[in-house]
Design a protein around this ligand. Structure first.
Ligand code: MG
Length: 321
């Protein structure tokens, strides 16, 4: 595939949108964590190297949870040093102080904790109440800040929860404020089961900024389970959000909806942003090639519409459509 042959949308800016968006690439962590196949460490390292070569600047690398919790990411101690020299930010997940110790020992400069907006998911994911989970994170965040390490707070189930249904906006705002008060530098608002729709996204962002949360601290993490991720992203951009999470090739299904489509695909995001004239610094052709390469290792095709369209255009341009 030749990147220069790939089609790109015509850039037509729309009013009221940022000029630049930072993509927080989660394919190597959130993506591979939710894929059935476990990928060899050397392949993961090569994946992260290739992602860095596309112009992505923030590539979440792995997770320092207990290896038996997430077998797909049990090689964090081997993987992180293999990619640490890349000229990109490489955040890692840390669930507790033990995880933070492991990450700091390897020189991690960015860590993330993962909280839940709902009691049911806090119980299922962390076996704690929401408040107990926050209490567990407080010393992690404090110690990370003492070490001058950037801390992201993931917040799951910001829109809907598989056990509780729709999640009240004020409940989400409360946990967001607790994470920021604790010292988190940035939040990632997760639509873990993909049920958010644009009006709901706007309502949450309006409530957060109305409660004094600076929009510059907010990132969004949408799932495309019901085909809403890009619509939701556009609304977030209209509200001033400039950090968007996505996963190369759409890696990682939705573990709660048993759908092949989970994380918003980075290629789909880059296609839309390019069309809006918004700079991401990402070379879409290289990114598509990377996702096609990774899909071959996983033995499945990418669910990303953009990957399918461009990979096909690049490799089979004479075939009937
Ligand atoms: Mg995700």
């Amino acid at each position: 595939m030749n990147a220069s042959e790939l089609g790109l949308p015509m850039a037509v800016p729309a009013e009221g949108l940022p000029s630049r968006v930072r993509i927080h690439e989660v394919g190597a962590r959130d993506g591979l964590q939710n894929e059935r196949a476990t990928v060899p460490t050397a392949v993961k390292a090569e994946f992260i190297r290739r992602l860095a070569g596309t112009g992505l600047t923030t590539i979440e690398a792995t997770s320092f949870v207990r290896p038996e919790w997430v077998p797909q990411l049990a090689d964090a101690e081997e993987l992180f040093p293999a990619v640490a020299g890349l000229p990109v930010a490489l955040p890692v997940l840390v669930p507790n102080e033990r995880g933070l110790d492991r990450a700091l020992a390897l020189g991690a400069r960015r860590v993330a904790v993962f909280a839940s907006a709902t009691e049911s998911f806090a119980k299922a994911n962390l076996n704690r109440t929401v408040d107990e989970a926050l209490a567990m994170f407080a010393p992690v965040v404090a110690r990370a800040k003492e070490a001058d390490v950037h801390v992201r707070g993931y917040l799951s189930m910001c829109f809907g929860d598989p056990w509780e249904g729709a999640v009240p906006v004020p409940q989400v705002v409360e946990v967001c404020k607790a994470l920021l008060d604790m010292g988190c530098d940035e939040l990632s608002l997760g639509d873990t089961i993909g049920v958010a729709t644009p009006g709901h996204v706007g309502a949450l962002l309006t409530a957060l900024t109305g409660a004094g949360v600076p929009v510059s601290t907010l990132g969004v993490h949408f799932h495309d389970t019901y085909g809403q991720a890009l619509s939701n992203t556009l609304v977030a951009l209209q509200h001033g959000v400039t950090t968007v999470d996505s996963s190369a090739g759409g890696l990682g299904g939705c573990p709660y909806a048993k759908s092949a489509t989970g994380n918003l695909a980075t290629e789909d995001l880059v296609w839309m942003l390019r069309g809006l004239g918004i700079d991401t610094g990402v070379d879409l052709g290289r990114l598509v090639a990377t996702s096609v390469w990774m899909a071959a290792h996983l033995g499945r095709t990418s669910p990303s519409r953009t990957v399918r369209a461009l990979a096909h255009a690049g490799s089979d341009s004479h075939e009937e459509q």
